[in-house]
Design a protein around this ligand. Structure first.
Ligand SMILES: NC(=O)c1ccc[n+]([C@@H]2O[C@H](COP(=O)([O-])OP(=O)(O)OC[C@H]3O[C@@H](n4cnc5c(N)ncnc54)[C@H](OP(=O)(O)O)[C@@H]3O)[C@@H](O)[C@H]2O)c1
Length: 278
């Protein structure tokens, strides 16, 4: 589908926070929708003013106004806020509108149920690198969303990076992996860079070396399609230095720790919509 074929009369972006702004920036940057067709909402007026000024869009705190006449509604609210938003706007929302929700834990069935009609809903799980068009987004269709709706979501998110279409049952696992993943990776980058600092490298240089190493290694996995273990073996010269480093990682339980991080975050993702704090 060519960029110009996405004909959006009005896009309502509900909850233009950290992720919402990344989506806004991606959608506008790719010229899928022109700024005057976008109406974003947040909770606080000063933030709305800042967004309006920065992106030349309409922005405010009135969700009813934002959804009125919108044929595409992007939801980037906190999971526990989605139901209240739907109840608030149910009557103003066009029955023909396509809803794309990026809220963790919120199922398409919950949205369909709250609206009480055969609403076309697509669930998306992006991540913050969408901000620089290096995102990873998984998309799942609700019961009444069509192939064309999935294509629209794919078109939007592929303007911000890579997209996969999945069965909705995988969404919590994906939330714990690729949506939370950048936070794990930043911790890894910070720690590796500290290793360089410990060995006398200036911090800035150490961080650059680390970040580009992760970027390059990741690109090699994606481009070659090789198993990561095979690529690791290529780096690991017998009796060389890398094997000593790998030994330390094994002793520190890096693999188990990372596996458990994904499992814990995915389990937590299931509870978010209920607003559980523990
Ligand atoms: N952050 C990520 O990496 C990421 C990745 C994938 C999915 N998600 C999902 O994205 C959603 C948002 O996460 P976030 O990290 O972007 O949170 P966030 O920065 O707190 O954004 C939430 C936004 O919602 C606004 N808001 C609050 N109540 C509202 C209301 N009643 N009507 C309209 N706007 C309202 C807030 O306004 P103010 O700014 O004025 O307070 C804020 O801008 C979550 O469901 C999360 O699961 C996030």
């Amino acid at each position: 589908m060519a960029p110009h074929s996405l004909r959006v009369k009005k896009l309502a972006l509900i909850g233009a926070g950290k992720l919402g702004e990344a989506l806004l920036s991606g959608v506008l940057g790719s010229q899928l929708v022109s700024p005057e067709r976008v109406h974003a909402t947040v909770a606080h007026q000063p933030r709305a003013n800042a967004l309006a000024e920065k992106y030349k869009i309409q922005a405010g705190t009135d969700n009813l106004r934002a959804v009125k006449g919108a044929d595409l509604v992007l939801i980037a609210l906190k999971p526990q806020q989605v139901k209240a938003f739907l109840e608030e706007t149910q009557k103003a929302l066009s029955r023909d509108a396509l809803l794309i929700s990026a809220a963790a834990s919120v199922t398409t069935a919950l949205i369909e149920g709250a609206l009480g009609h055969k609403a076309r809903v697509v669930r998306a799980m992006p991540n913050t690198p969408c901000l620089i068009r290096q995102g990873m987004t998984a998309i799942a269709r609700g019961r009444f969303a069509t192939d064309a709706d999935a294509k629209i979501a794919e078109r939007i998110f592929s303007s911000m990076g890579r997209v996969v279409i999945v069965d909705e049952k995988h969404m919590d696992a994906i939330t714990g992996l690729s949506a939370s993943g950048p936070a794990y990776v930043y911790t890894i980058i910070e720690s590796l860079a500290e290793g360089g600092v410990k060995m006398g490298l200036p911090r800035e240089l150490s961080t650059e070396l680390t970040a580009q190493t992760l970027l390059g290694a990741s690109a090699l996995v994606l481009q070659t399609g090789e198993h990561p273990a095979k690529l690791k073996d290529v780096v690991t010269t017998p009796a060389g230095c890398t094997i000593d480093g790998l030994l330390e990682l094994e002793e520190g339980g890096l693999r188990v720790t990372l596996i458990k991080a994904v499992v814990r975050a995915a389990q937590r993702a299931r509870q978010l919509v209920e607003g559980q704090n523990t």
